[in-house]
Ligand binder design. Structure first.
Ligand SMILES: [Zn+2]
Length: 180
């Protein structure tokens, strides 16, 4: 259909294999929570993270916008043209991107590796810890993101590769784990 985007991704026609295991659920949980019509991914050129993000936004039928960390200076120009609701990015780039986006209402989904320790972020930031790029081991619900402590929920079926300690139950009903 001319002029329409075909969101049906056909695995047989793709040049690179698309991971179909563990979907990146937090991408669509947050985009849905904030009613985002567009999200931007800042994605290093590492194994298959872009394909995982593509799968996640495809489920919401929203376009995938992705740039590498080397191009984050282009974000203000993108924000002027596209109604971006949230930015998915490595935690290492968070402070710089937040300073570029000052004055714009956005949520940030910042991911860390299993050996990285987060510092306390400012603003509408959801932290998550990935065991492999796009494979979420620990994530934050709205309550934990706003509480700004080193507290997470654990993804079902993903083995955390980092030391964690259970620490009670969240108002959302899930168990809280502390990442040490
Ligand atoms: Zn919670």
């Amino acid at each position: 259909m001319q002029g329409e985007v075909d969101w049906v991704l056909n695995d047989e026609k793709t040049l690179v294999s698309i991971p179909t295991d563990t979907p990146w659920e937090t991408v669509f949980t947050l985009a849905t929570l904030y009613g985002a019509s567009h999200v931007l991914g800042i994605l290093p050129a590492i194994s298959q993270i872009e394909q995982r993000l593509h799968r996640a936004v495809q489920k919401l039928s929203i376009p995938l916008l992705a740039i590498p960390p080397q191009q984050i200076q282009a974000i203000p120009a993108l924000l002027e043209q596209i109604p971006i609701g949230g930015i998915i990015l490595p935690f290492a780039n968070l402070a710089e991107v937040q300073s570029l986006c000052r004055g714009t209402r956005l949520y940030y989904q910042a991911y860390l590796g299993p050996r990285d320790m987060p510092t306390t972020p400012i603003g509408e930031v959801y932290l998550e810890v990935h065991t492999l790029p796009g494979i979420v081991a620990l994530f934050q619900c709205e309550t934990l993101a706003h509480r700004k402590k080193n507290e997470f929920h654990q993804s079902l079926g993903v083995e955390p590769l980092m030391p964690i300690r259970a620490q009670g139950t969240c108002v959302c009903g899930k168990e809280i784990v502390h990442y040490e």
